[in-house]
Write a protein that binds this ligand. Structure first.
Ligand code: ZN
Length: 433
């Protein structure tokens, strides 16, 4: 099997699990990477704000056309990249892909329905997607489907006019500005969720430099779990809200109804819409819970320590996969991290092999084994009675403070160090054996 066949195979594999990029990933990416004046820049203090927009019927049609053009151009260029790679072993540059546009617009006149800069962003995104793949940060770029979430990005020329957002070629779209922001608008991404709601995600440069992180003040350790979502070192336990379980019956009913509808029928579309609505309800509830809890923890503390969990590995356990995915631990850690960074607070991850549960936080005595069903235990050495989770959280906090006292905090914020694969790890060093 040559390299190309391997790539295609990888792609087919990833297509099987396709569920589209979710909005949060998008926002999280745009905080670190942003397109400005023809190049990508890494900027720490760009913030994204997401507002709901309400296009009228005419605007909905215009947006649908733009989504379609951008999606078509993405798929066309991706296909071209793959074919070129197959025959020459080389990829295509962003400049080359952008250069295709004038002749394509002559050949396919409907392509002019989309705003020209939106199409240029597609070329940029595609070359970025390939770069991310080659630097092992992401999977191979995939073909975009007309089902599922749709989006386009405007790199410039979008502004607010009172309650309306002015989009080139679309016009004034009513927008609910539920919160204020300061700074200049950089890029605006318009998206349509499968449940039919439209959003504008606005990337803003507030012109302020990111505050220098400090670790003077209250420290907290957070242990993440299934029965309780989070347990903190100062003894509070936050229940796992189990959003998925709450809506499971409703979802199941609607999915069954969908499965009985004839393929291609309008009733099937309606049923599909209902299923999408339940999914989006679940994810909005989860997001709300995570935002509120992470905001509370960041507001009350200066140093936040969590365990560096291997969520991907844990999800492979089929018995717990659903329960673990429902928690959103990864999203929670990401929220803690950026919220802490915005305010000059320190977020730190402790190695997952650090024995946080088995160590007594008073005398540092380690017990040999501690089965999962043991919720409280007594230390043989100092006779302290421990709550399993609170003890773990205290150990996580102490370990983080120990790492910080070694004075390695400066290196973790090194300017343009690119992450290798997935979410950036904030692990600074391995614990003492
Ligand atoms: Zn002890």
């Amino acid at each position: 099997m040559n390299k190309f066949e391997h790539l295609i195979k990888c792609q087919q594999k990833s297509l099987a699990f396709s569920d589209g990029m979710n909005a949060d990933q998008h926002i999280d990416n745009s905080q670190n990477l942003c397109y400005h004046k023809g190049k990508f820049m890494i900027t720490a203090m760009y913030k994204a704000y997401k507002f709901r927009i309400y296009p009228n019927t005419e605007q909905e049609i215009a947006l649908a056309k733009s989504f379609g053009c951008c999606r078509w151009f993405w798929n066309y260029s991706l296909n071209l990249c793959q074919e070129t790679y197959q025959s020459t072993g080389k990829g295509l540059t962003r400049g080359y892909i952008q250069g295709l546009l004038p002749s394509l617009k002559k050949e396919y006149e409907w392509l002019t329905d989309a705003y020209s800069q939106c199409l240029q962003v597609v070329a940029l995104n595609l070359s970025q997607a390939y770069q991310n793949f080659f630097e092992k940060r992401a999977k191979l770029p995939r073909f975009k489907s007309k089902h599922g979430r749709q989006s386009i990005s405007y790199p410039a020329n979008v502004k607010f006019e009172e309650d309306y957002l002015k989009l080139p070629k679309i016009g004034l779209v009513y927008c609910v500005r539920h919160r204020e922001f300061e700074g200049t608008i950089k890029t605006v991404t318009i998206s349509k969720n499968p449940d039919g709601k439209y959003y504008a995600s606005i990337l803003v440069d507030d012109g302020k430099e990111s505050p220098h992180p400090s670790s003077d003040g209250k420290a907290i350790g957070v242990d993440l779990g299934l029965t309780h979502f989070a347990i903190t070192s100062n003894g509070s336990k936050y229940d796992n809200p189990k959003h998925f379980a709450k809506h499971q019956r409703n979802l199941k009913r609607k999915q069954q109804k969908l499965s009985r509808k004839k393929k291609g029928s309008i009733n099937r579309q309606k049923a599909k819409h209902k299923v999408a609505k339940v999914h989006s309800k679940i994810s909005r509830c989860r997001e709300d819970f995570l935002h509120k809890l992470s905001r509370k923890i960041v507001n009350e503390n200066q140093v936040i320590a969590v365990e560096n969990l291997n969520v991907k590995g844990m999800v492979r356990n089929h018995n717990l996969a659903k329960a673990i995915s429902d928690c959103g631990w990864g999203m929670f850690c990401t929220m803690l991290k950026y919220k802490a960074e915005w305010e000059g607070k320190t977020y730190i991850e402790v190695d997952r092999f650090f024995p946080s549960s088995k160590t007594c936080n008073v005398c540092l005595n380690q017990v040999g084994s501690l089965p999962l069903d043991v919720r409280t235990w007594t230390c043989e050495h100092c006779k302290t009675i421990h709550d399993r989770d609170i003890n773990a959280a205290i150990n996580i906090r102490d370990e983080a403070l120990r790492i910080l006292s070694l004075g390695t905090s400066d290196t973790a914020y090194g300017g343009d160090v690119r992450p290798k694969g997935g979410r950036k790890s904030v692990l600074r060093q391995s614990p003492v054996k």
